[in-house]
Design a binder for this molecule. Structure first.
Ligand code: KG4
Ligand code: ZN
Length: 368
């Protein structure tokens, strides 16, 4: 094998997905050059959604127990699926693992497994921030890479951030949510509408051809002059509307046997109007940051990046400003280990590795 190539095995267990992936990163001869070629060899994601559905959200204790059961088979599957019958852990050059942010009990399973592998095979470990993974999902395609400086919109169940990047691994958070994350807002509104967890995909499906203007929901902080977000006002506004219609009780629990007329079309319009309010704020603030910082590209990552309304609006409005936009490939919007491996490839070039005994988790790890 070319001495400039490194095989990285990545592990991700920060929330309710147990994931492992293997890549081969090919480094340029000139070390100043930053174009790393990424060859994905395998990527396995086991989602625990079915386990948590009945609780209407992720049940942390169950999540970590399930990670413990699944981590070894998932890593074995990632090795088997490289379709190279000779590939074994002996051919891996480094182990990457998500160390935070996330659920403490979930993170520790991936980190301890990575620690064990690194100690046994005498390998360096690359600690990766989960949010970097959501950003680097946009660097999976060697032929279509974002250019710096760029603005990254990270929209997931736990985070909503605008990040300015002047170069690889150089993060400056310029905006963040002051209360709920965008995905959390999707999930909470979906729950009030009686939709299953996770609410984002269910809500956007229901919104389908609903009327986005049927309900006038607030676009909080649109005129705040900064790049921060707030979604709790929207959630409250939807709650009052639903309670007024007799669709939720005082605890925001859905009243499923409501007899109001046109129930399905009202729900559709509510979902469409709420989704439009979330997307409007996300797109407006992202584009404003892009203009103010005179950036080259906009990138979008995280679970909510799967939202078709958001994708279309970002593409459309970036074109108007003559900016290039990059949306995470759909299979990399949610939590996965391939994105962690890609991030790790850039860290490895910088020498950002730790010995197995120095590895640690941090449930509230930040990007900078
Ligand atoms: O990145 P992710 O898989 O996990 C976290 O790091 O939090 O994001 C999960 C979030 C959930 O809130 C889910 O409802 C939301 O992403 N989501 C969506 C869509 N698909 C997933 N939200 C809106 N539209 C979607 N299509
Ligand atoms: Zn995530």
């Amino acid at each position: 094998m070319n001495h400039k190539s490194k095989r990285v095995l990545a592990i991700e267990t920060s929330c309710d997905e147990t994931a492992a992936a293997i890549i081969e990163a090919v480094y340029p001869e000139q070390s100043r050059e930053n174009t790393i070629q990424i060859k994905p060899l395998s990527s396995v994601v086991y989602s625990q959604i079915d386990l948590h559905k009945k609780f209407g959200g992720v049940y942390p204790e169950l999540a970590s127990r399930e990670h413990i059961k699944k981590i070894r088979p998932i890593v074995e599957q990632a090795i088997a699926e490289t379709q190279n019958p000779h590939l074994s852990l002996n051919d891996i050059d480094a182990i990457a693992v998500t160390t935070g942010p996330g659920l403490a009990g979930s993170l520790i399973v991936g980190v301890e497994f990575a620690r064990g592998l690194a100690a046994s095979f005498n390998l360096p470990v690359i600690p990766v921030n989960h949010l970097e993974g959501h950003i680097y999902a946009n660097f999976a395609d060697d032929d279509n890479r974002p250019q710096f400086p760029l603005v990254a919109l990270i929209v997931s169940g736990g985070h909503t951030q605008l990040v300015l990047m002047r170069d690889h691994l150089d993060y400056k958070i310029i905006g963040t949510t002051v209360d709920d994350a965008a995905g959390e807002c999707f999930d909470k509104i979906a729950r009030m509408l009686g939709l299953p967890y996770p609410g984002g995909p269910a809500l956007s499906k229901l919104a389908g051809n609903g009327d986005t203007k049927a309900f006038d929901f607030p676009r909080s902080m649109l005129q705040s002059g900064d790049y921060n977000f707030s979604f709790s006002g929207l959630k409250t506004s939807v709650f009052y509307k639903l309670r007024g219609l007799g669709l939720v009780d005082n605890n925001a629990e859905p009243i499923l046997d409501s007899k109001i007329m046109n129930l399905e079309s009202i729900k559709r319009d509510l979902a469409a109007s709420a989704q439009a309010a979330i997307v409007d704020v996300l797109v407006t603030k992202t584009l404003r940051a892009a203009r103010d910082y005179k950036i080259q590209s906009i990138i979008v990552g995280g679970g909510v990046a799967a939202n078709q309304e958001l994708r279309q609006r970002i593409i459309h409005e970036s074109k108007i400003l003559n900016l290039k936009s990059y949306l995470s490939p759909l299979e990399l919007t949610g939590d996965n280990a391939l994105s962690i491996a890609i991030t790790a490839a850039y860290h490895l070039k910088n020498g950002d590795v730790v010995p197995w005994h120095d590895l640690d988790t941090n449930a509230s790890l930040r990007l900078q």
